[in-house]
Structures are given as structure tokens and as C-alpha cells.
Design a protein around this ligand. Structure first.
Ligand code: SF4
Length: 345
């Protein structure tokens, strides 16, 4: 029964992505294919002002409301520095209980052997760890955290997966930000050796600090190595991002490849993000759909938690701003991608 439910949810998600590519603007006809829970607003690419922090119960109610509305939707938990804390584990456990395939994105802080086993036992399907280099200096310059935390998290996750015989997918995410390019080849070799399942390049949210190294990009982009999870559309646009760094979101559409220029940004049909202070949004660069959902505003449900379906009905202006946007973002969180394309099933 649950398998059928997952198939229906996947078919709905595919339809939503198609509708989004056509530039859907009505919340009634467009619903997001993935739920993103941002546990730490410090990672937001822009400031959204003050708001009340969501309680653990409010996170749970938000998840229940999303599943009531969308079915067992894929969930991404963004917890760059807080993946070792109790809230991240609780959110992963609760999403798994609701049958949502769940990934956790982190810089590795706090993920030791015990924590990795705990996350596997709580049903995590993918752990995505930010790695900027193989030297402490380069990694710190790119990720802003300690290298041992990242490498330790990858190794702990690989060991936990083997110990439990679990289907955990372990992905290394390399921010495409200078000086990461100086050690990318070494990171690739290390990631394979450490037992990760794949490596993905992450262009920055904004057009700044992007390395100019077309030879390196060309040498990666032969399409023959499944370990390299390189989105062809992103790879095609990366040289333009390097050449036109204006500090805005992604790059100006006028500089993007023709395939990106022709269609409106599909982010409204791809992702719905709830942040630690109760903001609801698809794109972090336009005014949110709703603010302060944990504080009992009109988006809050009777039980006091965020009612995402109800809040989404007010998404019209947000979707219209997305449709009119003159940028082309490449960050993996914003660019089209399927959540579990490989061994994680
Ligand atoms: S391209 Fe899309 S994700 Fe980027 S700023 Fe515009 S609407 Fe937002």
C-alpha cells in the first residue's frame, strides 16, 4: 500500500516539476515536489529579519501537515552546523515515521560513530557532507569549519551503513568556490577511497568567489563516471557563472545558456522551505510566502503548528515573482534535481 502511495507521490512530483517548468503561477495548480527544513537560518543566503523559533513540536506538525497535503514527500534537512544536535535527529526520525525519504546536509560537525549509527537507525536515506579540500586551510576557507569534522562524518556514515546493512547514500558536496578548485581532484580521490557513493559540485548561491578553471571542469564533465553527480545543465552554465560574477543570485539570465533563458525558474514547483524562524518560501531571494508560522499567524493550524497547505494558498505573489525573475540559479538546492538518483533508490 505504501509503495503505491510512494508511486503516486512520485508521479505527482513529476507533474509538478513539469508544471513548474512551464511557469506555473497559481498555488492551486502547482504544489512543491520536495520539502526543505532549514534548522539553522545562519546559512540563508539573505537576511529575512526577526521571527520566532519553531519548537520541536511545531516541526513535527509542519511535517504532518505536509504529508497530509502532498503524501510522503521527499524531505531535505539543512543543518549545516547542527546535524549533531537533538533537533536534527528528531526531525529525521519523525520524517521517516511518516514514510518520507529523508536526506541531511551538513558540514559534519557532531557526526561521530555513535551519531552516525543513530541517524541510520532513525531512517536517514542520504547524508550529504560539505568538503572544501583535503588540507585544513583550504577546507576552512571554503566551508568555514574543521576538516576533521567533515572527513570524520563521511567515515562514520560509511562504517554505520556497513554495520547496520542499511541503504544510506553518502554524498560529498564540494562548494564550487575558490580555492576549492585547487584540491578538487584530491577530494575526489579521497571521497572514493573513503567509501562515499558520489561527489556533487555545488555552485554558490550568489555569483561571487567562483573559480575560473574551465580545463578542470572539462576534465570532470565526460559523463562516463557515475561517481561524479554533475548536472549537465549546471555544468553548461558554470563557465558563464565564473565569467559574470555580479554578486546577485546565480547569474543574470541574459548570460545563462539558451535552455535556461527560455523558461521561467522552476523552483516554485521543486521545493518548499520552512526555516527555523517559521518563514515559508520556495526561493530565498524573493519575499517569503509567509513569516513567523510558529507564532500563531493565519498560517498556523488549529493545533498551533504551521499548516503548510493553508499557507501555500497565499503563494501567488511569491510564484509570480519567481516567474518574473531575471536570474538563473545553479546552487543544487535551487536547481532541478531528483533527490535519490542512485544507489539510495
Ligand atoms: S532564478 Fe529562481 S531561485 Fe534564483 S532568484 Fe530567481 S526565482 Fe529565485
Amino acid at each position: 500500500m505504501r509503495t503505491l502511495e510512494h508511486r503516486v507521490a512520485a508521479a505527482r512530483a513529476a507533474w509538478r516539476r513539469l508544471a513548474a517548468r512551464r511557469g506555473g503561477r497559481s498555488p492551486a495548480r502547482l504544489a512543491p515536489a520536495r520539502l526543505v527544513l532549514r534548522l539553522d537560518e545562519g546559512d540563508l543566503p539573505g537576511s529575512l529579519g526577526p521571527g520566532s523559533p519553531l519548537s520541536p513540536v511545531a516541526w513535527q506538525r509542519a511535517l504532518v501537515s505536509a504529508v497530509d497535503w502532498l503524501g510522503p514527500v521527499p524531505v531535505t534537512v539543512l543543518a549545516q552546523r547542527s546535524a549533531g544536535g537533538p533537533l536534527a535527529g528528531e526531525v529525521v526520525r519523525f520524517a521517516h515515521r511518516l514514510e518520507c525519504p529523508t536526506e541531511l546536509s551538513t558540514d559534519g560537525t557532531g557526526i561521530d560513530a555513535r551519531r552516525a549509527l543513530d541517524l541510520v537507525d532513525r531512517g536517514l536515506r542520504r547524508l550529504q557532507v560539505l568538503v572544501g579540500g583535503v588540507s585544513a586551510e583550504v577546507h576552512r576557507a571554503v566551508v568555514g569549519a574543521e576538516l576533521e569534522a567533515a572527513t570524520g562524518a563521511v567515515q562514520a556514515a560509511v562504517a554505520a551503513r556497513a554495520e547496520r546493512g542499511a541503504r544510506l547514500d553518502v554524498e560529498v558536496l564540494v562548494p564550487w568556490r575558490a580555492p576549492a578548485h585547487t584540491e578538487l581532484r584530491a577530494v575526489l580521490g579521497w571521497a572514493r577511497q573513503a567509501g562515499a557513493d558520489g561527489l556533487r559540485l555545488a555552485p554558490p548561491w550568489r555569483g561571487e568567489g567562483v573559480p575560473l578553471d574551465p580545463e578542470l571542469l572539462d576534465s570532470l564533465d565526460d559523463g562516463a563516471d557515475p561517481f561524479l553527480r554533475l548536472d549537465p545543465a549546471v555544468m553548461a552554465a558554470l563557465p558563464a557563472l565564473g565569467a559574470h560574477q555580479d554578486g546577485g543570485p546565480g547569474l543574470a539570465k541574459a548570460h545563462a545558456p539558451a535552455a535556461r533563458r527560455r523558461v521561467p525558474c522552476p523552483v516554485g514547483g521543486q521545493r518548499l522551505e520552512l526555516t527555523a524562524h517559521g518563514r515559508l518560501l520556495s526561493c530565498p531571494f524573493h519575499p517569503p510566502i509567509a513569516q513567523d508560522l510558529g507564532a500563531g499567524d493565519p498560517g498556523a493550524g488549529d493545533a498551533g503548528g504551521p499548516d503548510l497547505a493553508r499557507a501555500w494558498r497565499e503563494a501567488g505573489p511569491h510564484l509570480a515573482a519567481i516567474r518574473a525573475c531575471d536570474r538563473a540559479c545553479l546552487a543544487p538546492e535551487l536547481a532541478p534535481r531528483s533527490l535519490f538518483p542512485t544507489s539510495a533508490g
